[in-house]
Structure formats: C-alpha cells, structure tokens
Design a protein around this ligand. Structure first.
Ligand SMILES: [Zn+2]
Length: 280
C-alpha cells in the first residue's frame, strides 16, 4: 500500500516537473489557444522581448561588441554602410536575425545616406531603390525603417514598400519614428504581420534613462505578451544590455528573435481566422 502511494506521488511529481520544463522551453506564443489545453502551464502567462539593434554598419568595433551580446538579438544594417556586408555575414554565423535598416525621408531634412528612399521618387524608382537596398545585405529576414518620419506617414509609399517585401518574402517592422506612421497598418492591410517598435532604449544616453526604458519594456512584455525594444550600437547601450539582459530570465521574460515573434503572430492570425471559420 505504502509502495503504491509512493509510486503515485512520484509519478505526479515527475509529470509536474516535466510539464514545467516543457512550458519553459516552448514558446506557446501570445495566444492562449496555443497553450496545451490542460495542466499547470495554462496559468503561466508568456512574456517575450525582442531586442533589435539599429544603425549597424558604420563602426566595426562597436558593432562587433553589439553582435557579441548573448542570446537571439536582432540587428538592422544600413544598406551601403562600409561594414554592413561583412558584419551581416558575421551576424549570420552567430545565428542572429538580420534586417535591412532602410533609410527613409524624414521631416527634418536629415541626410539619408546611400540607398535612401524619398517622397519625390516615382513608384518604379522607389521600388528599384528598395530592391537594391535589399540586395546589398545578405541573409535578410526583414526590413525596418531608418528615420522615415516623413515617408512612413505616406500611404502609397508604404503600400509600395509592402508590395516589394511581400515579393521578396520579408517582414516589416515599423520603427515608429513618428506617431503618425501608417507603415504598420499598411503592412497589416497587405496581409503581413504588423510588428512595431514599442520602446526605444537609448534616446537619452545616460544610465537612469536606460534603466527607465528597460523597465518600461519589461512591464510591457508582461502586459502585452511581447515587446519590441530598439537600441543603437552606442558603447553605453551595449554595456547596459550586457549587464541587464540576464534580468529577463529572472523576471520570466523570454528573449526571442524577430522572426520567432513574427512566426508566433502569424500562427495567432491563422488561429483567429480558423476560429472565424468555425464560428460562421
Ligand atoms: Zn536608424
């Protein structure tokens, strides 16, 4: 009798531990429909964070330091910056996500550098420039905008952008450099997953400001299920991330790549469309 009781307790304990491990290892995504239908993990809310480092390609030493940050961080490279190609190849070897950081016209008239896209371009010219930018960076999985406070407010130009990205099999991340951006909505309208930046880590380059932004990103990850944090390859930002990324696991937040987030959001979209089919 005692042996039987011991066996039952052991089996229950083992299956509990197994369930906990499985739920920690697998991202069930952001939709509770993807959680297994029974067991303890239903009560565990998944929180994910994407860390995207923009403006890659100009400083070899700082960019290499950024690439050496541990975990599945994502990196956006300017199309024709001196070290973009070399660093993108390195990023791929390190199994990081690589994006094109497409320079787009801003309202301040700041120079865009080579490969810049402007409102004055015809559709053909605009698409040609974007395609050339895409061709300049190897191993791309997606695109986000560099600057763009003018261009991302323009519906037609954002539609052209999404048409090219759909053709090239790339996703789009709206850096949200302006609250008036329509890029995210145009992506959704084109049937793509809508991903946008939630928090900038380093608009202010001092430690208290970085702490505040990182804390905000962690809180949003818990609240929304995921958060997209954009940082830049400044020494202070890289050091901050090196010292603080480990806090994510301690706070039950998974650091995930952009492509992993996009896949999860796609699955959720699919799930909700299947739900709709079932309902109607
Ligand atoms: Zn940028």
């Amino acid at each position: 009798m005692l042996i039987k009781l011991f066996y039952i307790v052991c089996t229950a304990l083992f299956s509990c531990i197994l369930t906990l491990e499985v739920s920690a290892d697998i991202d069930y995504g952001l939709n509770p429909a993807f959680s297994p239908s029974s067991g303890i993990e239903q009560t565990v809310k998944t929180a994910n964070m994407v860390v995207l480092i923009d403006d890659m390609g100009y400083s070899l030493a700082l960019n290499k330091a950024a690439l050496s940050l541990p975990g599945p961080l994502s990196f956006a490279f300017l199309p024709f910056a001196r070290y973009s190609r070399q660093l993108a190849i390195m990023a791929n070897q390190l199994d990081k996500n690589i994006l094109l950081h497409a320079p787009m016209e801003n309202i301040h008239g700041l120079p865009l550098g080579p490969g810049g896209m402007t409102a004055a371009m015809s559709e053909i010219e605009f698409k040609q420039v974007l395609n050339n930018d895409i061709n300049a960076i190897p191993h791309l999985v997606g695109v986000n905008n560099h600057m763009g406070s003018q261009l991302t407010t323009m519906k037609a130009q954002m539609r052209w952008t999404m048409e090219v990205l759909l053709e090239r099999g790339l996703f789009f991340v709206d850096s949200k450099t302006t609250a008036k951006s329509v890029a995210w909505r145009q992506a959704k309208k084109a049937g793509m997953v809508g991903v946008k930046r939630d928090v900038f880590l380093d608009n202010e380059l001092n430690r208290p400001a970085l702490q505040k932004q990182f804390a905000e990103a962690m809180a949003l990850a818990k609240k929304q299920g995921y958060v997209v944090l954009i940082a830049h390859p400044h020494a202070v930002s890289i050091n901050f991330l090196r010292n603080n990324l480990a806090r994510l696991a301690k706070n039950d937040i998974n650091l995930i790549s952009l492509s992993s987030l996009v896949n999860q959001l796609k699955s959720n979209q699919l799930a909700s469309s299947v739900d709709n089919v079932l309902v109607h």
